[in-house]
Design a protein around this ligand. Sequence first.
Ligand code: UD1
Ligand code: UDP
Length: 365
Amino acid sequence: MKFAVVLGTRPEIIKCAPILWLLRARGLDHFVVHTGQHYSESMDALFFEDLGLEAPRYNLGLGGRLFGRQVSEMTRATFALLQTERPDVVIVQGDTNSVLAGVLAASKAGIRIAHVEAGLRSFDPEMSEELNRVLADSLADELLAPTETSRKNLLDEGHDDARILVTGNTVVDALLKMLPVARARSRVLDQHGLRGEAGYGLVTLHRPELVDNEQRLRGAIEGMARVSAGGLRLVFPVHPRTKKQLIAFGLEARLGAVRGLLPIEPQGYLDFLALQASAQLLITDSGGIQEEACVLRIPCVTLRENTERPETLRVGANILAGYSPDALTVAVQHQLQREHQWPDVFGEGHSAEKILARLDPQNQA
Ligand code: UD1
Ligand code: UDP
């Protein structure tokens, strides 16, 4: 059996890694199509290196384009490759434009599609990822849902239960494997003087709903300024989209002037895991970081009005603060005081095995 994995962004590289590790360990025929949606060294090559992955067989180099052009060019190029390679199954993960292109191309080529992380819903029609999720789930043959909540979302939309399997989230597999490596190899805490009693919070922001909106981005900086003035240092790896928007809105100097806040480059997976694992708190609008915070039992504050990861809210690991600086400071106080104890909601780390057992029952370890 021949597998194709279509991916394009930082979180897809991380969450597909456990599947790629297993395909390689079992000697199964497979190849990767990288759309090139993310392309900067710190968003792309660094992850292949940190996660011990081979360079993709194909890289389409289609980053930095607007939606229509990006999805159409990715679909066309992926379709052509799938026609040549004729894999038995195309695996996609998540909800990006690369996923949408992958499912459109595979569907037209008549190839079986497996959607990993199926069934997530923010129920926010304004969010472009929500459309990608709904479309990917409607075209996929195998709906690999991370949790019972995501399975229920799929059932509520009328998807056949026979197409759904609850697998846990592959991010747990990736995190559990890489955390000891990060602890042994990463020097990031020493590099930035982050060891010791004082502690720090770790921040990431990249959603267009926040960073493409000047008032909200200004509000987030103001909120961070209040949190750091309250005594919690903040470390902020700045996503390239956010960097671009800070420059466009003339907010770089304001950010740089916040005392106790350290803006840094986007980090590789090992350094970022080391930063997360020792943080007192995460402040983010990232999907994957809401999950990782929950797994690591680090309290999280999410700067959004909704989340497609409601499991994290239910167990108290995460709290939604919307976009106001006041709400951010209240949420931070609340999360800093809470116990770091809650149940696992994304599985215990054997998701990739479950996924491959479903896709290729003949080839089990
Ligand atoms: C994309 C995904 C989002 C995911 C995020 C993970 C879509 C619609 N969005 O958002 O769901 O959460 O990735 O990080 O698919 N840029 C660089 N270098 C890079 C990548 C991006 O400079 O390696 C800059 C470019 O100016 C680019 C902009 O960031 O135009 C936005 O990149 P894009 O991939 O379109 O969206 P993200 O915001 O990264
Ligand atoms: N991440 C990283 N370095 C960083 C920021 C994030 O390695 O500087 C990892 C993080 O551990 C998580 C993933 O990137 O696994 C989340 O990606 P992102 O926030 O870009 O996308 P989302 O999950 O929101 O789609």
